[in-house]
Design a protein around this ligand. Structure first.
Ligand SMILES: [Zn+2]
Length: 392
């Protein structure tokens, strides 16, 4: 779509039309006069593009709104029902879905229990497609208006080619997952690493709104991070920037699932917490450790505090490397046990390097469980909206 043919007026026209649509979407509601001012184009051209977009059902005129002294102007807004995307979040034990409209509002959520860890990718894709079809049907949305599907997957994702290179969570390797969904649904599909989708979501709709440089740390089974710089997700060479779970803290430390010793993951994730707890108590899950800590049992408080300390150290390392203005803490461990955020704060005096103290804020994820569905919907919107419909 990017090729510009010299003197091709159609291409220029198309470009201008998309630009106007983009302005309306970002600054809605907005008047024709304001668009004329922003673009420097003639009022006649703007008028022509606007009526075309209205006719195509992409934008609409809203009620008269007062602008300035005694003047009324017709404002333009996008038509929320013009197109839709589907956001999908595959977790270990659940799959979450959402339908996002053109105004980027998730109009309906849907969740199902599913043991993704034990499932093969084909079965998983099949189930996702079935659920998506059902959801579109139930909501009475015309199928052709759904222009894209976005999926967040934990693991190393070849985002450009839609391939799950490695997901240790699900045991998938080299799976062309986007293709599996796209072929079945006949809807364009984009997949990305779950934390990259999550940070996009927090940046667009949540705790990182207005931040220029945000880091997000996800802690659950495993630990990872993502970074957004000036509105763009930082991907690195192969979309793996932020995979800090396997950075080495101690070459003589505990054996990690990756085969190396002393990876960060062996100090902070849920499994490490359980393993540590089992040295002193008969424990089967994280909940019991936190329950014991809340009960003032010393061993449990020490383990939780140690985890918070290592989260603090991770924050310091990320801050030293990237100097973000905001660090978002997310993931099951942080979202289910908020006391850990307070403990991280207590440790920060000790672990954050002096020049960075007070120069950034640490905040828990605002969108929590919905973040990936919203981000995946937005990702599909960013990818496919300009290509959809007759206006492109
Ligand atoms: Zn490792």
């Amino acid at each position: 779509m990017k090729k510009i043919v010299k003197h091709d007026q159609d291409v220029i026209k198309q470009h201008n039309k998309l630009m106007i649509l983009d302005i309306i979407k970002k600054q809605r509601p907005i008047s024709r006069a304001e668009i004329t001012k922003i673009t420097g184009m003639s009022a006649t051209s703007i008028g022509r593009f606007v009526s075309e977009l209205c006719e195509e059902g992409v934008i609409r005129e809203t009620e008269l709104t007062s602008s300035g002294v005694g003047r009324k102007a017709i404002m333009l807004d996008i038509e929320p029902g013009a197109i839709y995307t589907i956001g999908v979040d595959i977790e270990k034990k659940r799959i979450n879905f959402g339908i996002m409209d053109f105004s980027e509002t998730v109009i309906v959520y849907h969740r199902i229990d599913y043991q993704s860890q034990k499932a093969n990718p084909e079965e998983t894709a099949e189930l996702i497609c079935r659920e998506i079809r059902g959801l579109i049907d139930r909501e009475g949305i015309p199928y052709e208006k759904v222009i894209g599907v976005g999926v967040g997957v934990p693991g190393v994702i070849d985002y450009e080619n839609g391939i799950v290179q490695l997901s240790t969570t699900f045991g998938w390797k080299g799976v062309a997952f986007a293709d599996l969904i796209e072929r079945e649904l006949r809807i364009k599909t984009v997949i990305d690493n779950d934390l990259k989708v999550k940070i996009l979501s927090e940046y667009l709709y949540g705790s990182a709104k207005g931040s220029n440089k945000t880091a997000l740390i996800g802690i659950g089974t495993g630990i990872g991070s993502a970074l957004i710089i000036n509105g763009e997700v930082f991907r690195g060479g192969s979309n793996s920037a932020g995979e800090l779970g396997h950075t080495t803290l101690d070459p003589n430390g505990n054996l990690c699932e990756c085969g190396k010793r002393g990876c960060l993951q062996t100090y902070v994730d849920e499994n490490s917490l359980i393993l540590e707890a089992r040295r002193v108590a008969d424990i089967s899950d994280v909940r019991q450790v936190f329950a014991a800590a809340r009960n003032n049992e010393r061993w449990a408080k020490e383990i939780v505090s140690r985890t918070a300390l290592y989260i603090g150290i991770t924050i310091n390392n990320i801050v030293c490397m990237y100097n973000p203005d905001t660090v978002i803490l997310s993931g099951e461990l942080v979202e289910n046990y908020r006391e850990i955020v307070d403990l991280v704060e207590q440790h920060s005096e000790q672990v954050i390097w002096e020049p960075f103290k007070g120069k950034f804020k640490v905040i828990p994820s605002e969108l929590r469980g919905d973040a990936i569905v919203m981000g995946a919907g937005a990702l599909a919107m960013q990818h496919f909206a300009p290509l959809a419909g007759s206006w492109a």
